[in-house]
Design a protein around this ligand. Structure first.
Ligand code: NIG
Ligand code: FE
Length: 382
């Protein structure tokens, strides 16, 4: 089955062979053949195909790559959000509430919640999603979350080191041993990545190092949560270990920014968190000026950021993180792909996986210019 999307007014390719950044083409067409991009060029030269979609001058972008989500959970914490809006601060402890609800949920309940959220994401233009465990925190519950997540995406992340569960409150060392031992063994067959929440109230730098190294020894790629609630050595540890990404990066020292500018680790910003916790926003401009690669992701979870909308993240990034609309749309597509070390998504080039979004707008600028408006007209992805 082949489809040609014709009369595209503005095409974001993100293809370095065409140009830097969003590498845009005007008056373009794209041919999709069996789920792969088979041709990209001028609309006047568009090849024939089984189906022709007339974009009528509107904008087409690569599907969003949401490189950070926590979809394997049960329950909701709307009450915490309400308290925060009334002035109470966010704390990592809320995670334990969701752990209790997640452990009590059935497989069908967990799967159903994640499937519904994935469908919600897809309707909003997200075509590649990373999913973490981290609300089970027992050997069986972490393995179960990853087993179900791996039915839904190839980008699965083992986050046994989300917080120390209540039953290990007096034996943090014992919990780290479990995370790097039996739990890792049970999780690894279902995971591509390992993650750790390196923050006051969660895991310190030495524990994070031990956890990520154990994961790497088990064949998993490293990624990290750091700099969400304050500066920590986690950011530089992530760069030192060559982690694919370090996520949050809200609080960064100059040395952190320099390390991210010089290293290969992607800095993933999650502005839904600052929106939903009333924290200060991260400074994307500071990172971009230092030469860091910046991604945007939702962090979709029931505590700190219960949005599934990449368009919302782009709008906030443009409004409050200091990004241009082009930088933000790149970060939400090619940036997310870089954070997952993928070169087949987040890009429109011959041979790439066909993941494309037709907007009901002439430009991606409208994500920020028309915030909150559903601008996705059609999603192309298998
Ligand atoms: O990325 N920072 C750690 N984990 C999540 C929060 C999860 C929760 O509050 O339930 C995050 O923000
Ligand atoms: Fe997170």
């Amino acid at each position: 089955m082949s489809t040609v999307i014709d009369r595209i007014g503005l095409l974001v390719t993100n293809d370095p062979a065409i140009g830097p950044g969003t590498a845009e083409l005007r008056n373009a067409a794209v041919l999709i053949d069996d789920g792969v991009i088979a041709w990209v060029g001028e609309a006047d030269r568009a090849p024939a195909a089984d189906e022709r979609v007339d974009a009528r001058g509107r904008c087409v972008i690569p599907g969003f790559v949401d490189s950070h989500s926590h979809l394997m959970f049960a329950g909701d914490r709307a009450d915490e959000f309400e308290y925060r809006m009334a002035g109470r601060p966010y704390s990592a402890g809320g995670i334990r509430r969701t752990v209790g609800l997640t452990r009590a949920a059935s497989d069908e309940g967990l799967r159903g919640n994640a499937v519904a959220l994935l469908a919600e994401m897809r309707r909003q233009g997200t075509t590649t999603v990373e999913i973490k465990s981290g609300y089970g925190l027992t050997v069986d519950d972490e393995a179960r979350a990853l087993r179900i997540a791996s039915e839904l995406t190839s980008e699965t992340t083992y986050l046994g080191a989300h917080v120390v569960p209540t039953e290990f409150a007096d034996d943090v060392g014992g919990y780290v041993d479990l995370v790097t031992g039996a739990m890792l063994e049970a999780a690894a067959p279902h995971a591509r990545w390992i993650d750790v929440f390196c923050e006051t109230g969660a895991f310190d730098v030495d524990q994070a190092r031990a956890i990520l190294l154990a994961g790497e020894a088990a064949g998993l790629g490293a990624r990290m949560h750091a700099g969400q609630l304050g500066e920590s050595g986690g950011v530089q540890l992530a760069v030192e270990l060559g982690a694919a990404a370090v996520d949050h990066c809200t609080f960064l020292s100059d040395a952190d920014v320099d390390a991210l500018g010089a290293g290969t680790t992607v800095a993933t910003l999650l502005p839904g968190v600052e929106f939903s916790t009333r924290q200060p926003y991260p400074d994307a401009r500071r990172l971009l000026s230092a030469g860091a690669t910046v991604a945007l992701a939702t962090d979709c979870n029931p505590g700190s950021s219960f949005t599934s909308s990449m368009a919302f993240c782009i709008a906030v990034a443009v409004r409050d993180l200091g990004m241009t609309p082009a930088e933000a749309v790149w970060a939400a597509t090619a940036g997310g792909a870089a954070a997952l070390r993928r070169d087949d998504v987040g890009v429109v080039r011959v041979g790439a996986t066909a993941q494309l979004v037709l907007l009901e707008a002439p430009s991606y600028v409208h994500f920020a210019y028309r915030p909150g408006v559903p601008l996705v007209s059609r999603v192309f992805a298998s």
